[in-house]
Design a protein around this ligand. Sequence first.
Ligand SMILES: [Zn+2]
Ligand SMILES: [Zn+2]
Length: 143
Amino acid sequence: MIDRALPEVLRGRGYRVTPQRVLVREILQRSAGHLSAQDVHAAVQARLPGVELSTIYRVLELFVRLGLVAKSDLGEGRAVYEWCPEHAAHHHLICEHCGGVTHFGSPRLGALIAAECAAVHFEPRDVDLAVAGTCRQCRSASG
Ligand SMILES: [Zn+2]
Ligand SMILES: [Zn+2]
């Protein structure tokens, strides 16, 4: 259903449906994980040679603005992108031992952040939480 939704979302917001945009969407959806712009660029190049990295950045940033893609900093010094049209429950737990990344989030957390922002008259656009620590597997391995 998302396949049909992308052209509708783009056209509905006044954006053209280009091969690059369709391909970036497909790559992010298929990977079901966190990709850097360089990762996406390499995958696009395999299918559409000659596409510039700057084009990939523009497509990714457009998808972020449209709420289709979550952009996160997982502490690797570069942003990663992930197909996430729901934009719900998208925070990260990052294990400092194995590098494993787990998603977490809840409506309660979202409501709490919204309330705290409202208290200081701040309009939140995006929330990107990363919690560093030790995952269950690494805890049991060491304990
Ligand atoms: Zn993620
Ligand atoms: Zn771990």
